[in-house]
Design a protein around this ligand. Structure first.
Ligand code: IVH
Length: 676
C-alpha cells in the first residue's frame, strides 16, 4: 500500500476504535462483539508497529497512565501515588543532593540512599488488613486509582495473605507489575513493548484474561501503614522479603555521589542481561524521619529521584530550521531532521532551544548532527559534525519577525539583570500563533481540562473560525460541529456535556488558565487564596484600582517582583482586558475554598526573617502550613507572628513588627510554641 493509503486506512480504523472504546470504556455499552473489536484493534496496532510515524499523540497501545476509565470502580488513594523527579547526569545528582541538604539545613551531604532499580512497568498499590489482601488499586491519575484487586490477585508474586509474628493492622505495599522480557517474546505480536503489555493485561475486564499473561511483581514501597513502626526504607524492604514479596535483588544502600556513580555504571552495564526493562535507578533517602521532613512538592517527593540511564543518541541531518511560537510569545527554533530512530521512537523534529544556542553550536541547515532523546524529554540537537559540513553551507540567521509578521525582541529580566536568551513576540492575542497556543493552554489538563477538546481540535476549530477567543469555547455552534468531518452526533454531544461541566471552575484554575507569564499552578493558588472570589480578582481589570492591589500582592510569600510586573503588563493590555471580561461572563467561577488545615496555626499569619540553625526557610514554611498557618512575605498589620532566625535577620522588619506590636519569636521560642 502507498503511504497515503496506509494513512487513510489507519485514520479510519483508529476513528472507529476510538468510538468503540468510548462506548466500551466510558459508557460501558459495547457497540460491537469482542471478536470484531479485537480484529480492528489488532489491525491498528499492526499499522502502528510498522509505520510509527503515523502515531500522533497517544498510540492505541499506550493506554497506560490514561485518565481513569469507568470500567473499574474508582477509589481514592489514602496517600497520593506521586511520580518522581528525574536526574540525567552527575551534575543533576549533585544538585539533587544539595537540594536535600539545603532543605534539611544539614551540611554533611553524606546521606544514605536506598538504591532501587526503576522497573519500567505499571505501579500498583496493595492494601492488607491484618495480613489479608483486601484492596488492589492501579495508580490511575495518582489521586484516584482503579479497583483492579481481582486482576492483581492472579499474579503469583503477590501474596494474598501475609504471615508473620507481627504485621501492622493496615499495611499498604506499593510496587511495579511487569512482564519478563522472555515471557514478552511469547505474546509480542499484540503489543509494542512489555510495559504496554503489562498495562493492557492488568486492565482486562475479565481476570481470567489477566491470568493468561505472565505478570510479575516487584515490591518497593509503602502507602499507609498503621501503626507505622519502621525507621528506614531499607528496613522496610527487608521486611517485604520476610513477608514473601519479591524485592529486586540488586537493590542496595549507597552513600555519596561517588558511590552512586559507580553503582549506576555497574547496573547500566548489566541492563541488557536483566530479564526486565529498567530505565534508571531510584535513589531514596533511607532515613524515613528525614523523608517525612522533606515531604513532597505537588508532583513528586523531595526525598527521591529517578536517575535515568544515559540518553539515547543518533545521527541525522538538518533539512530545515523553523520557528515555533509558544503561548507566551516565546520563539523556539526547531530543526526539521531526516527521520531517525532514537530509543525506539522515530524522531523528525529536534529543538535548538534558542538563538544563542544556535550561535554557540553554529548549527546550519544541511549539517550532520547528533540528536538525543532522554525519556519523555523533547529530542534535542546536541552537536554538529563540522567535518561533514558542506563547503557552501551558510550561517543560519535567526528571523527577526514572528510568524505573524510582528517584531520579536529579547526582554530584560529584572531578577537576573540580564537580557533573556529567548526572543518573544509580544502581540499576545493579536498574534494568531500565540493566541492559538493560549487557547490550547486554556483547555489543557491542568486548566479547564475539557474532554474531547484537545490541541488538535483547537487547531481544527481555529481554522474553521469556530474558536478564536477563550469565550468562543463556551459559545460553540454544535449543529455545525456535528456535520464536520470526524465528528458525529455522539462525539458532539459528549463535547457539549464536557464544555458545560467545564463552565464551573475554581478561581485558582481560572487564574492559571488565563496564562499570565510567571503565574504557574502554585502561584495561581497563592493568588486564588488572596483574592478569594472572582469579584475581587476582577478589580485588577480596573485601571484605578490596579496599582493599589498590586501593592498588596507584595505581602504574599511566593509572589515577587517578577510576578507583579508580569501581572501588571498583562492587565495593561486592553485586548487582554476585553478577552478576560468576555470570558468571565461565560463562566461560573467558584470562590477559593481554603482547605483550612485545622491546627495550632489556623487563621494565623506568620513571617520569617533570617536563616535558622535547624531547618531551612522552605522547611519552616512547609511546617507552618502543616500546622494550618499562612506564611506572608512582608510585615503588615495582618501579620500575627514574626519568627527571627539568628543569621542575617532584617532589622527593618523587626523594627516595623515592634512598631505594630506583633509577637516576635526566636527560632527556639518558635519550636517551643509549636511543641516540636
Ligand atoms: S518510588 C513517591 N521506586 O516509577 C515515590 N518507583 O516515575 C514514587 N518505579 O510510578 C515511586 N521502580 O511506577 C519507586 N523502586 C521504585 C520504582 C518506582 C519503578 C516507577 C513507579 C512510579 C514511577 C515514577
Amino acid at each position: 500500500m502507498k503511504k497515503e493509503e496506509i494513512n487513510k486506512r489507519y485514520r479510519k480504523q483508529k476513528k472507529l476504535l476510538d468510538r468503540y472504546n468510548h462506548h466500551y470504556f466510558n459508557l460501558d455499552a459495547p457497540l460491537i462483539s469482542d471478536s470484531k473489536y479485537d480484529k480492528i484493534k489488532s489491525e491498528v496496532i499492526e499499522i502502528e508497529k510498522n509505520y510509527p510515524f503515523l502515531v500522533e499523540k497517544k498510540s492505541v497501545q499506550d493506554q497506560v497512565g490514561a485518565p481513569v476509565t469507568k470500567r473499574f470502580k474508582k477509589i481514592k488513594h489514602s496517600i497520593p501515588m506521586l511520580s518522581l523527579s528525574n536526574t540525567f547526569d552527575t551534575i543533576g545528582m549533585n544538585d539533587f543532593i544539595s537540594k536535600v541538604s539545603n532543605y534539611l539545613n544539614i551540611k554533611n551531604k553524606n546521606f544514605s540512599f536506598s538504591s532501587e532499580l526503576k522497573i519500567d512497568g505499571i505501579s500498583a498499590s496493595l492494601t492488607y488488613k491484618k495480613g489479608i489482601l483486601i484492596k488492589g488499586l492501579s495508580r490511575g491519575d495518582g489521586i484516584t486509582g482503579e479497583d483492579i484487586l481481582e486482576n492483581l490477585k492472579t499474579i503469583k508474586d503477590i501474596p494474598k495473605k501475609i504471615l508473620d509474628e507481627y504485621i501492622p493492622e493496615i499495611l499498604e505495599v506499593r510496587g511495579e507489575v511487569y512482564i519478563g522480557k522472555k515471557d514478552f517474546k511469547k505474546i509480542k505480536k499484540n503489543f509494542a513493548n512489555p510495559r504496554n503489555a503489562a498495562g493492557g493485561s492488568l486492565r482486562q475486564k475479565d481476570p481470567k484474561e489477566t491470568n493468561k499473561i505472565p505478570l510479575k511483581f516487584f515490591a518497593y514501597g509503602f502507602g499507609v501503614i498503621n501503626p507505622m513502626i519502621y525507621k528506614k526504607q531499607s528496613e522496610f524492604i527487608s521486611k517485604l522479603k520476610d513477608w514473601g514479596f519479591n524485592v529486586n535483588p540488586l537493590n542496595t544502600l549507597v552513600k555519596g555521589v561517588e558511590q552512586i556513580e559507580r553503582h549506576h555504571k555497574k547496573i547500566e552495564n548489566m541492563r541488557p542481561s536483566l530479564d526486565y526493562d529498567i530505565d534508571g535507578i531510584v535513589y531514596k533517602i533511607d532515613d524515613l524521619s528525614l523523608q517525612k521532613r522533606l515531604g513532597s512538592t505537588s508532583n513528586s517527593p523531595r526525598w527521591a529521584t529517578a536517575y535515568k540511564f544515559s540518553s539515547e543518541k543518533a545521527i541525522s541531518t538538518i533539512k530545515d530550521i523553523i520557528i515555533q511560537v509558544g503561548r507566551t510569545g516565546a520563539i523556539t527554533p526547531v530543526a526539521k531532521i531526516e527521520p531517525v530512530t532514537v530509543g525506539g521512537v522515530i524522531v523528525s523534529n529536534a529543538t535548538l532551544h534558542n538563538e544563542d544556542e544556535i550561535e554557540r553550536k553554529d548549527v546550519r541547515i544541511g549539517d550532520t548532527i547528533v540528536v538525543q532523546r532522554a525519556g519523555d524529554v523533547i529530542p534535542q540537537v546536541v552537536s554538529v559534525d563540522l567535518k561533514k559540513r558542506k563547503k557552501n553551507s551558510k550561517k543560519y540567521s535567526f528571523p527577526n519577525k514572528c510568524l505573524c509578521g510582528g517584531k520579536i525582541q529579547k526582554e530584560f529580566n529584572a531578577s537576573t539583570k540580564k537580557q533573556d536568551a529567548v526572543r518573544r513576540c509580544n502581540k499576545g492575542y493579536d498574534c494568531s500563533f500565540t493566541a492559538k497556543e493560549k487557547l490550547k493552554h486554556i483547555v489543557s489538563k491542568e486548566a479547564f481540562n475539557i474532554d474531547g477538546l484537545g490541541k488538535k481540535v483547537i487547531d481544527q476549530f481555529w481554522d474553521l473560525n469556530l474558536i478564536k477567543n477563550p469565550s468562543d469555547i463556551f459559545d460553540l455552534n454544535f449543529d455545525k460541529i456535528k456535520k464536520l468531518d470526524g465528528w458525529g452526533e455522539l462525539s458532539t454531544n459528549n463535547l457539549k456535556v464536557a464544555i458545560e461541566q467545564a463552565r464551573n471552575i475554581s478561581l485558582n484554575k481560572f487564574i492559571y488558565s488565563i496564562g499570565i507569564r510567571h503565574i504557574g499552578q502554585e502561584n495561581a493558588k497563592i493568588l486564588g487564596s488572596f483574592f478569594k472570589s472572582i469579584d475581587q480578582f476582577q478589580k485588577l481589570l480596573n485601571e484605578n484600582q490596579r496599582d493599589e492591589i498590586l501593592k498588596n500582592l507584595n505581602d504574599l510569600d511566593g509572589i515577587g517582583e517578577t510576578q507583579i510586573i508580569s501581572i501588571k503588563n498583562f492587565f495593561n493590555n486592553s485586548k487582554n482586558i476585553e478577552i478576560i471580561k468576555n470570558f468571565i461572563i461565560k463562566l461560573n467561577i467558584q470562590n477559593f475554598s481554603e482547605k483550612n488545615k485545622k491546627g495550632k496555626l489556623s487563621n494565623i499569619n506568620i513571617m520569617f526573617t533570617g536563616s535558622f540553625r535547624k531547618i531551612s526557610r522552605s522547611e519552616a514554611k512547609a511546617l507552618a502550613e502543616n500546622f494550618g498557618g499562612k506564611v506572608l512575605g512582608s510585615v503588615s498589620k495582618k501579620l500575627d507572628i514574626l519568627v527571627v532566625g539568628n543569621l542575617k535577620p532584617t532589622k527593618k522588619k523587626i523594627d516595623r513588627a515592634k512598631e505594630l506590636k506583633i509577637k516576635i519569636y526566636s527560632e527556639d521560642e518558635w519550636y517551643n510554641f509549636l511543641n516540636i
